[in-house]
Design a protein around this ligand. Sequence first.
Ligand SMILES: [Zn+2]
Length: 169
Amino acid sequence: MSVDASTRAEPVALSWRIKERPGFTTVEFTGEIDENADFGELRRRLRGPVVFHLAEVRRINSCGVREWVNFVRDLPGVTELTFSHCSPAIVTQLNMIYNFRGAAKVRSFYAPYVCDACGHEEEKLLDVQNQFGQGAGGGKVPEYACEQCGSTMEFDDLPERYLSFLAET
Ligand SMILES: [Zn+2]
């Protein structure tokens, strides 16, 4: 979890937005998960099927991991938990920390792609069920054409490492 001090952006405190949908609740998280994260109110409030939208969680430090793990493993009112739009920072934790997801199912996540021809980088949203579920092409990473030059983009990490959390799904 080392971050180069020279490229380190100002920390953004964690916040969330709760949206009640017919039959379920979504919680959109934004910012960083660190020792200041306090999930107490959220824990008491959440009921029924819940989807955590995690695209805007850009960094998690080791204290934050502990807070998060304690949070997701003790959600007494939640009947079904789903992680959606997991950012690369979330994927990294899913791969390293066995109980980071608690009882959650991962629905979708972002993966880094890069174009070797022109250097264009992009995070692509991958759907677990459609792209890695049973009968979905044997778990291969999907290919994308570069929006800048049309060349085929490369998966910008080791797929067997970046996608290792899928084995637990
Ligand atoms: Zn390109």
